[in-house]
Ligand binder design. Structure first.
Ligand SMILES: Cc1cc2nc3c(=O)[nH]c(=O)nc-3n(C[C@H](O)[C@H](O)[C@H](O)COP(=O)(O)OP(=O)(O)OC[C@H]3O[C@@H](n4cnc5c(N)ncnc54)[C@H](O)[C@@H]3O)c2cc1C
Length: 614
C-alpha cells in the first residue's frame, strides 16, 4: 500500500488539476488520472491539431468516444488536464445571474477566475474570418458590441481562449504549476475502480480510500491518512463521477442490485439523474476566400438563450473522417455485442444508415477543405434532461447516457431562433467575402443534412422546417453536465449527501451549463470558497515537512523508501532540466510534478503491493 494522503482526487481533469494545486498548499494530495500526459505530445494540443486529436479514438488515446442513446456522437477526455486538453479553447466566465442563482460569493468567484486566467487565458487574434463573423453578428442585430471580455453579457463579444498567440494550448494541467511539489503526487494511467467505505462505528458510510488499476493491470489500494477532515474527492467528470459512485455502491438501489453491485452502500436515487447536454446545431459554409485556422473567438449571447459561435479553417480530410466514422461503427458493433450477451440492457439499437449513405457519396480524393467556416448555435440551459445508467461494471467502459435533446419545446424554439440568426449572419454584407455568392441558405442546410453528424434519421422536410432541422442534425458541443447535481446528490459544499469524507467537484454537479462555455467555471470550482475552505479546514493543517523528491515518501517505512532511490534520483536529475524555451508549457513545469507524470508506472510497479481480487 502507498503512503496515506489527506486528499485523494479521482480524475486529474479540468477541475481535478485546479483542486490539486489549491489543496496541496496545506495538505498532501494524491491525484489519480486514468489517462496519460498531454506533455508527451505537445504539438497534438496545438490549435491546428484540434480535429486530429479529437478524432483519434483509439483505445489508449486522449479522446474516448461514446454515443448517447439519442444517437449523437460524443467525447470524454482521458488525459491529465481532461477536457481542457481536447476542447475548442473558448474561455468565458459564468454570468452574474448564474453566480447569484447558485449562491456563490461573487468576490471569491472573481478572485478564483483571476487565479485561473493568469495561467491559461489569452486574448484571441481576431483575424479575417472571425472579424467578418463578429461584424455579421452585429449586422444581424446582436447588439451591443462589448469588445474583448471574459464576462457573460448580452450582445456580441470577443471572449478569451486557452490558445496563446503561437497556437499552443494551455490546459488545466498547467494549473499544477501552482501546486506545492512537495505535497502533491500525480499518478497517470491510474484508473480508479472503486471508492472504499467503512461503516464500522459510524452513523453513516465514510469514504476512506480507493482501489485503482495501473497501466499493467495491477490493482492497488490507497487510503486517506487518519484524520477526520481528510477526504476522497471525485472529479472524474459528468460521465465518470456518477458512474464511479454507482460502481462503488452509491446510487439507485434496484439498478445497482441488477448489476450485482454488492454491497449497496447507500440507496441514492438521484445519482445519474439530471444529465444535460446543450444541443448544438451548425451550418458549414465553404468559402471562396482563404480563412485563418480559428476555433471559437467571437460569440453572440442572445436574449433568446441561444449562443452563436463560429470556427474556421479546421481541416476536414477524407482520411480522418473515414477513420472517425469507422471508429463509430466499431464502437456500435461492440455495444451491440455486449447488449446481446448482457443480462440487463439499457442500450438502444441505432441506425447507421446515414454513415453508409455518406460513404457512398463521399469523394475519397477530397483531401482537405480548409477554406470553410462553421457557425453554430448552442441552446443555453438546456431544459431537456436525461439520465445515466451503468451498462456493465467495468469502469473503463462507457455507461449508457440519454440526454433527450429537444424533448422540451422551449429548447427547440431557442434552436430555431439561433439558426434564423445564423442565416442572417451568412447573408450579411460583412460576411459576404466568406460565402460563395450563389450559395443559398437552403443549399447549406441541405449540405448539413447530407453529413452524418449523428445517427438520427433525416427528414426531407428539414430544409424548410427549422424545428425538424434542429432535431435531425443535433450534435453535442461537449458541455454535458449533471449526474451528481447540487441539492440532489451533493450539498452546496459539494459533499455527497448521506456520506462522510466524500465530495464531488466537477461538471457533474451543475444544474445547468455556466457561461456560454463552461471550462472557466469548471477550473474555478477548484478554488474552494471561504465556506468550503472552512469546511475543508486547510488552515488547521500543519504545513507538511518538505519530503525528498516524491511526496509519497511521507509517512513511509525506511525499507519502502529504499525501493524509491532509483526513481528518486531520476527526479532530482530531471528537476534541474529546463525544457526548450520555445515551448512555454514545458519551461515552467517544476521537475517534481513532471517526474511523477513521467514515471508513474515505475513508481507504482516498484513500491506497491498488488491487491488481488479487490
Ligand atoms: C471537444 C470538446 C470541446 C469543448 N469546447 C469547449 C470550449 O471551447 N470552451 C469551454 O469552456 N468548454 C469546452 N468544452 C467543455 C469543457 O472542456 C468541459 O466541460 C470540462 O473540461 C469538464 O471538466 P470536468 O473536470 O468536469 O471533467 P474532465 O475535464 O473530463 O475531467 C475528468 C477526468 O477524470 C478522469 N477520469 C474519469 N474516470 C476516471 C477514473 N475511473 N479513474 C481515474 N480518472 C478518471 C478523466 O480521464 C478526465 O481526465 C469542450 C469539451 C470537449 C470534449
Amino acid at each position: 500500500m502507498f503512503a496515506r494522503y489527506d486528499y485523494i482526487i479521482i480524475g486529474g481533469g479540468t477541475s481535478g488539476c485546479a483542486l490539486a494545486a489549491t489543496l496541496s498548499q496545506n495538505a498532501s494530495v494524491l491525484v489519480l488520472e486514468r489517462g496519460g500526459s498531454p506533455y508527451d505530445n505537445p504539438s497534438a494540443t496545438d490549435i491546428g491539431n484540434f480535429a486530429n486529436t479529437l478524432s483519434n479514438i483509439s483505445p489508449k488515446s486522449w479522446s474516448q468516444l461514446f454515443v448517447s442513446e439519442d444517437g449523437v456522437y460524443n467525447t470524454r477526455a482521458r488525459v491529465l488536464g481532461g477536457g481542457s486538453v481536447l476542447n475548442a479553447g473558448f474561455y468565458t466566465r459564468a454570468g452574474d445571474e448564474y453566480v447569484k442563482e447558485v449562491e456563490w460569493n461573487s468576490d471569491e468567484v472573481e478572485a478564483a477566475y483571476e487565479w485561473v486566467e493568469k495561467k491559461v487565458a489569452f486574448q484571441p487574434p481576431m483575424l479575417g474570418w472571425q472579424s467578418a463573423f463578429k461584424d455579421g453578428l452585429l449586422e444581424a442585430g446582436e447588439f451591443p458590441y462589448n469588445g474583448f471580455t471574459y464576462d457573460h453579457i448580452f450582445g456580441t463579444k470577443v471572449g478569451g481562449t486557452i490558445f496563446d498567440r503561437a497556437g499552443h494550448r494551455h490546459t488545466a494541467a498547467n494549473l499544477l504549476e501552482y501546486a506545492n511539489p512537495n505535497t502533491v503526487a500525480v499518478y497517470l494511467h491510474a484508473s480508479v475502480h472503486k471508492i472504499l467505505f467503512t461503516t464500522k462505528g459510524k452513523p453513516r458510510p465514510k469514504a476512506y480510500g480507493v482501489i485503482f488499476q495501473d497501466a499493467n493491470g495491477v490493482l492497488h489500494k490507497v487510503e486517506l491518512a487518519k484524520n477526520a477532515m481528510n477526504e476522497v474527492i471525485l472529479s472524474a467528470g459528468a460521465i465518470g463521477s456518477p458512474q464511479l459512485l454507482m460502481l462503488s455502491g452509491v446510487g439507485p438501489m434496484a439498478h445497482l442490485a441488477a448489476h450485482g453491485i454488492n454491497p449497496v452502500v447507500l440507496d441514492h436515487p438521484m445519482v445519474g439523474q439530471g444529465m444535460g447536454d446543450n444541443p448544438m446545431n451548425a451550418i458549414f459554409i465553404p468559402s471562396p476566400s482563404p480563412v485563418e485556422v480559428s476555433l471559437i473567438q467571437a460569440v453572440a449571447i442572445t436574449k433568446f438563450d441561444s449562443y452563436i459561435e463560429g470556427a474556421s479553417g479546421v481541416i476536414f480530410s477524407y482520411s480522418w473522417t473515414r477513420h472517425y466514422l469507422d471508429g463509430v461503427l466499431n464502437y456500435l458493433n461492440e455495444m451491440e455485442t455486449s447488449r446481446t450477451t448482457a443480462t440487463t440492457t439499457t442500450s438502444t439499437q441505432l441506425s447507421t444508415q446515414s454513415i453508409t449513405d455518406f460513404f457512398k457519396s463521399f469523394d475519397p480524393l477530397l483531401n482537405a477543405t480548409t477554406k470553410a467556416g462553421i457557425i453554430l448555435q448552442k441552446v443555453a440551459g438546456p431544459v431537456s434532461r436525461g439520465h445515466l445508467e451503468l451498462r456493465n461494471t467495468n469502469p473503463n467502459d462507457n455507461p449508457s447516457v440519454r440526454f433527450n435533446y429537444y424533448q422540451d419545446p422551449e429548447d427547440l424554439e431557442k434552436c430555431v431562433e439561433g439558426i434564423t440568426t445564423i442565416t442572417k449572419v451568412i447573408n450579411s454584407k460583412a460576411f459576404s467575402k466568406f460565402k460563395y455568392p450563389d450559395a443559398t441558405v437552403h443549399g447549406l442546410l441541405d449540405l448539413m443534412l447530407s453529413v452524418p453528424t449523428n445517427l438520427r434519421p433525416r427528414h426531407i422536410t428539414s430544409v424548410f422546417d427549422l424545428k425538424q432541422f434542429c432535431i435531425d442534425t443535433v450534435m453535442t458541443i461537449w458541455h454535458y453536465h449533471g449526474g451528481c447535481q447540487v441539492g440532489r446528490v451533493v450539498d452546496k459544499n459539494y459533499k455527497v449527501l448521506g456520506i462522510d469524507s466524500l465530495r464531488v467537484i466537477d461538471g457533474s454537479t451543475f444544474l445547468k451549463s455556466p457561461g456560454t462555455n463552461p471550462q472557466a467555471t469548471v477550473m474555478m470550482l477548484g478554488r474552494p470558497t471561504q465556506a468550503q475552505q472552512e469546511d475543508l479546514e486547510p488552515t488547521k493543517r500543519l504545513p507538511r515537512k518538505p519530503v525528498n523528491c516524491h511526496p509519497s515518501y511521507s509517512g513511509r517505512r525506511k525499507d519502502e523508501l529504499q525501493l524509491d532511490q532509483g526513481p528518486g534520483r531520476h527526479c532530482e536529475e530531471r528537476r534541474s532540466q529546463r525544457r526548450s524555451p520555445s515551448n512555454p508549457v514545458w519551461s515552467e513545469i517544476t521537475g517534481i510534478v513532471s517526474c511523477t507524470w513521467r514515471d508513474t508506472r515505475r513508481w507504482i510497479v516498484a513500491d506497491s503491493g498488488a491487491i488481488k481480487g479487490a
